[in-house]
Design a protein around this ligand. Structure first.
Ligand code: CIR
Length: 255
C-alpha cells in the first residue's frame, strides 16, 4: 500500500520562514482548500492519505517533507536547518515509527528533506542554507549498509535542491539550469523549465504521474511534449510560503 503522510495547514502559516521571497498575505482559507485538493490528488494517484492535525504553533509544519527521508529500508529523521522548524520533529517521528526503523540526524548536522533527491540508490543532498556536509556524512554512515551513496550538491539561488531539480520519469529530471547543473546527475535525461518560470522544477512523481502546479503552463507544455502524465493542482497560497508540491507529503510503500 502507498501511504502519503500530510499535515493540515497551520493557522500560523503567515509567520512562515522566508528566504528568497518577500512576505505577502496568505489567504488561510484558500490555502486550506488548496491543500485539501492536493490531498485529493494524492488519493487519485493511488495514495492512502494519513492527514495529521494542524499544529497551530508551528507555521511551516504543513511542509512535512523537510522532516524525514523515507526509504524502503528505514526512515531518516532530519534536523531541519531553521530553528523554528525543529519542534516539528516529534510528531513526524511518531507518525513514521509504526512503518520504519528510525535514524536521527544529530547536531552539528542539519538537513531539510527538501534538499534530498533520491534517484535509485543515490541520495543527492543540496548543500544549501538549510543542509550541511556534516549531515551528508552522517547520512552516508547510516545508509551505507543498505547500499546507498550520498552525494552533496552545491545549491545557489534557491531554497532547496528540489526547488531546482526533481525526477519526472525513471530516467528524466526537470531542472532550472540557473540553479543547478545537469552534469551533477549523470545518466539522466533533462527537461529544463521555461526561463520565465524559474520555480517550475518542483514536481512530485508518484508511479508514472507527476503532481504538478497549475502556475507553470509553459513548463507544463514541455512536460506534456514528453508524454508525462500530470495531475494538476493549484498551490498558489503555499507557494507564498516558499513551499511547492514535493514538500507537502511523505510518500512511501508500507510493508
Ligand atoms: C521554509 O522556509 O522552511 C518554509 N517556509 C518552506 C519549506 C518548503 N519546503 C520544501 O520545499 N521542501
Amino acid at each position: 500500500m502507498l501511504i502519503a503522510i500530510t499535515r493540515k495547514v497551520s493557522p500560523a502559516i503567515q509567520q512562515c520562514e522566508l528566504t528568497h521571497l518577500k512576505r505577502t498575505p496568505i489567504d488561510f482559507e484558500l490555502a486550506e482548500q488548496q491543500h485539501a485538493q492536493y490531498e485529493k490528488a494524492l488519493a487519485t494517484v493511488g495514495c492512502t492519505v494519513n492527514s495529521l492535525n494542524a499544529e497551530p504553533e508551528l507555521p511551516d509544519s504543513v511542509f512535512v517533507e523537510d522532516i524525514a527521508i523515507v526509504l524502503d529500508e528505514c526512515a531518516l529523521i532530519t534536523r531541519p536547518g531553521a530553528d523554528s522548524r525543529k519542534p516539528e520533529i516529534e510528531s513526524i517521528a511518531n507518525a513514521l515509527s509504526p512503518h520504519r526503523e528510525l535514524m536521527f540526524v544529530q547536531a552539528p548536522g542539519m538537513v531539510d528533506g527538501g534538499d534530498v533527491l533520491r534517484i535509485g540508490k543515490t541520495l543527492y543532498v543540496g548543500l544549501s542554507s538549510r543542509s550541511n556536509q556534516e549531515a551528508v556524512e552522517q547520512m552516508q554512515q547510516f545508509l551505507r549498509p543498505y547500499g546507498y551513496v550520498v552525494k552533496g550538491v552545491k545549491v545557489d539561488g534557491c531554497l532547496h535542491l528540489k526547488t531546482a531539480v526533481t525526477q519526472v520519469t525513471p530516467d528524466t529530471i526537470l531542472l532550472n539550469p540557473a540553479w543547478i547543473n545537469a552534469t551533477d546527475f549523470p545518466g539522466m535525461n533533462c527537461i529544463t523549465v521555461d526561463p520565465s518560470e524559474p520555480n517550475a522544477a518542483n514536481a512530485l512523481l508518484i508511479g508514472d504521474t507527476i503532481i504538478y502546479p497549475t502556475a507553470y503552463p509553459k513548463t507544463q507544455a514541455r512536460l506534456a511534449e514528453q508524454n508525462i502524465p500530470m495531475q494538476l493542482v493549484d498551490v498558489s497560497e503555499l507557494t507564498k510560503a516558499e513551499g511547492a508540491v514535493t514538500c507537502c507529503s511523505l510518500v512511501f510503500v508500507t510493508k
